[in-house]
Write a protein that binds this ligand. Structure first.
Ligand code: F6P
Length: 399
């Protein structure tokens, strides 16, 4: 058993479940018997570098604190998007980081995040291995985008998918009341992967109305085909709802919404996406000329704490706890991944995979999940997503 302290960070975009994972890591660290102090880094690795650390044994002391944390959306420790240079770059930042880890006797480092955050875990564990430093680095998955490789799905996705499915169904119900011809385009996050947008189709499984057309970024977006598909839907019924991914691209690879974007990029080179639905609203107005609205779900879909998925929160805690146990058992340079055993009934277990197989990669929605015209997703895909959004989480109300 390697005795020492632990530090936990949250990185990348927040989710409604990322604090449940934080709670799980703290629980596992408290239980494992080899971790003394449990620090939290404020704003991820940036906070570690500035030695902005909080005492998590004190901040999350008892069961009521864990209960509250697991129901609190967004990253309680704050977040960052910071890319480290290559471990062999000679950049002094590694000496700085490892100097701080040594100063606080930190032997266990947990980083809760997506593909970019796993890059940080990968680089730090590679540096530690190359310099024979006894610190264990474990990545703990989270992202509403559900785009991490080597795992069936990611914590945070289920709750966001539940919000998207619920909200798009509610939009479809609202839009269904008039007889006037109208198109409503709903834009959903997910960057270059379409998993979250696909969730807009979920109400279909229960025979409920929802988006009539669903466009994901995995397929090149063709404006002419889009207008033809919308016209065909309008011939069938007066109200058409379309769900689109923020990251839709045309055949040349240009983002459909780029005219509305600032062009700004984060440190990993990702463009800030938005404006796709607005662009399509104007296109429909111009080409079809009917009543048309765009709705950008934007930030509300990421941290919808009022609509948590019970399955998501339970798994988020579990993967956090399992990560602390794995680190105590000697694991380093790995990430907890969900392996699905069956869908009906839903069963999955956690395995640990090398983080190098996850970082900087994207798991796209596969080809066989689309209909022939690539303007909707298959029921099979929806059936596989469905168990991830199930179950309610009780949220206490006060005053
Ligand atoms: O990766 C998660 C995500 O929510 C993406 O879906 C979205 O494109 C991006 O983060 C937005 O990032 P930011 O919060 O930095 O604007």
């Amino acid at each position: 058993m390697m005795k020492g302290n632990a530090v936990i960070g949250q990185s990348g975009g927040p989710t409604a479940a990322i604090n449940a994972t934080l709670s799980g890591v703290i629980l596992g660290a408290k239980e494992c018997g080899c971790i003394d102090k449990i620090y939290g880094m404020r704003n991820g690795i940036e906070g570690l570098l500035a030695e902005r650390l909080v005492d998590l044994r004190q901040a999350v002391a008892g069961p009521e604190d864990h209960y509250a944390l697991e129901r609190t959306p967004a990253s309680a420790l704050g977040s960052c998007r910071k890319k480290l240079p290559a471990p062999d770059s000679g950049d002094g930042i590694y000496e700085e980081i490892f100097g701080i880890l040594q100063k606080y006797d930190i032997k266990y480092f947990f980083y809760i995040g997506g593909n970019d955050s796993m890059d940080t875990v990968d680089k730090l564990s590679a540096y530690a291995a190359a310099h024979e430093i006894q610190v264990r680095f474990v990545g703990v998955p989270k992202t509403i985008d559900n785009d991490l490789c080597c795992t069936d799905h990611t914590p945070g996705f289920g709750s966001a998918a539940k919000y998207v499915a619920t909200t798009v169904q509610e939009i479809a119900r609202d839009c269904s009341v008039y007889t006037v011809r109208a198109v409503t385009v709903v834009e959903i996050m997910g960057r270059d992967a379409g998993w979250l947008t696909a969730a807009a189709g979920l109400p279909r499984l229960g025979g409920q109305i929802t988006a009539d057309l669903i466009y994901l970024p995995e397929k090149p977006f063709d404006q002419e085909k889009f207008i033809a598909a919308v016209r065909a839907e309008l011939d069938r019924k007066p109200n058409v709802v379309v769900a689109v991914s923020e990251g839709l691209r045309d055949a040349q690879g240009a983002y459909v919404g780029q005219s509305a974007q600032s062009g700004a990029v984060d440190t990993f080179g990702h463009k800030y996406l938005s404006g796709t639905a607005k662009y399509l609203e104007l296109l429909v107005k111009d080409r079809i000329g009917c009543k048309v609205r765009s709705v950008e779900l934007n930030l509300p879909q990421r941290c919808a704490g009022h609509l948590l998925s019970g399955a998501d929160i339970a798994e988020s805690v579990a993967v956090g706890r399992a990560s602390a146990e794995a680190a105590a058992d000697g694991a380093t340079g790995v990430m907890g991944a969900f392996v699905r055993e069956s869908t009906r009934p839903y069963r999955a277990h956690i395995e640990f995979v090398p983080v190098s197989r996850v970082c900087n990669k994207i798991k796209y929605v596969p080809d066989d999940c689309f209909n022939a015209s690539a303007d909707n997703v298959t029921d099979e895909l929806l059936i596989s997503i469905a168990p991830l959004v199930l179950g309610r989480v009780e949220i206490p109300e006060k005053n």
